[in-house]
Design a protein around this ligand. Structure first.
Ligand code: SF4
Length: 357
């Protein structure tokens, strides 16, 4: 995604990043393009795009372009008598000098990042650990030395890649400045993992997660309530919790399932081989999963899809990126789920059943 090419300030920005990286206004840097696996039946993210690596030179050129953009805005600020501050007047003057910036996706992203203190970066796209370790270490080192304000760098990673990567490589990548990995677990149930073509087993999820933690990464694991439908909900809930118990990641993030048109799982739903759970049924599945969970993770509902409601029609869970600290807040979450189930029953009885995707 480029918008209009902005000359020496031109750099690539991918489509996706986790919500927590949007909330912290992370700098988005494209290390690879799209997803090297691209077979998960529920996923619409990179469906029609081909995976490709980017070279070290390309990524460094992007980092240089962003650094030049910031430096030139600061110089302009001094010229205008704004003491290096990048404020509205400086931004307007910059766009007057380089009109293409006005339609550049990357320009707004860099401004947001700077206004939030320039603290976090997210390396796009679907699995940056596909890069050869020495190349990834080289660009991470370059990134950290270019932007000294960075406090946290994160990226997406697949469990399969983590489980195959030598431990020493993971440690080298961690030490070069990659802090947090966002991993799509989806489910811990082997039969369902096969059905959704995740390309990984529960055992490999555990191996990958444990290796990431041993190398010193912060680990976010994402799971999908509702993914198994009525056919598989119980195994999905129980086995997801059991796999997460073995990993004990820093974060467990809920991403409720929705069958996006154009995905194979949407077709399965249309053909009647997958029956979607109602909001109340998803809460019962969630209850079983949370009951079985025995972790010291933060359990998060930090996505708009977690839109179960309480009896007042408000959101059942906080959508904070830090979520609920387990085990301390497990009873609270279970109470909230019970209250949500009651609220759903009340709505159904009153004929005010609300379909929540
Ligand atoms: S690995 Fe992730 S990005 Fe790739 S197809 Fe699966 S869910 Fe989508």
């Amino acid at each position: 995604m480029r918008g209009e090419p902005a000359g020496k300030y031109d750099f690539e920005v991918g489509m996706y990043r986790p919500p927590s990286e949007g909330g912290s206004h992370s700098l988005l840097l494209r290390f690879t393009r799209n997803c090297p696996w691209n077979k998960c039946t529920f996923c619409a993210m990179y469906k029609h795009e081909k995976f490709s690596m980017r070279s070290v030179a390309e990524i460094k050129t992007d980092i240089d372009a962003i650094a030049a953009l910031i430096q030139d805005m600061q110089s302009l600020s001094w010229k205008l008598g704004h003491a290096g501050q990048i404020d509205r007047d400086v931004i307007v003057a910059m766009i007057e000098q380089v009109p293409e910036l006005n339609t550049s996706h990357g320009f707004g992203m860099v401004l947001n990042w700077l206004s939030s203190g320039g603290k976090t970066a997210f390396l796009q796209d679907g699995n940056s650990l596909m890069m050869a370790t020495d190349k990834l270490v080289e660009v991470l080192t370059y990134l950290r030395s270019t932007f000294s304000s960075l406090e946290r760098c994160t990226t997406y990673a697949r469990s399969k890649t983590l489980s195959r990567k030598p431990r020493a490589d993971l440690t080298a990548i961690r030490e070069a400045g990659l802090d947090r990995l966002h991993v799509g677990l989806e489910t811990g149930d082997d039969a369902l993992l096969k059905k959704i073509k995740k390309g990984v087993t529960g055992k490999e999820h555990i191996e990958g997660g444990k290796k990431a933690l041993a190398a010193g990464f912060q680990l976010s694991e994402y799971w999908m309530p509702g993914l198994g439908g009525r056919e598989d909900w119980e195994n999905h809930a129980r086995n997801t919790a059991l796999v997460l118990n073995q990993i004990n990641p820093h974060y467990i993030r809920s991403r409720p399932f929705f069958p996006y048109p154009g995905t194979p799982i949407h077709d399965a739903h249309q053909q009647g081989t997958l029956t979607l759970l109602s909001p109340g049924e998803t809460l019962k599945e969630l209850r079983l999963m949370i009951e079985t969970l025995d972790v010291s993770s933060k359990v998060c509902f930090d996505h708009a899809g977690n839109c179960w409601v309480n009896r007042n029609g408000g959101l059942l869970f906080t959508q904070s990126y830090e979520g609920y600290q387990f085990p301390e807040e497990k009873p609270r979450v279970l109470d909230l789920i019970d209250a949500g189930i009651k609220a759903q029953e009340g709505r159904t009885q009153k004929g005010r059943f609300r379909v929540v995707p």
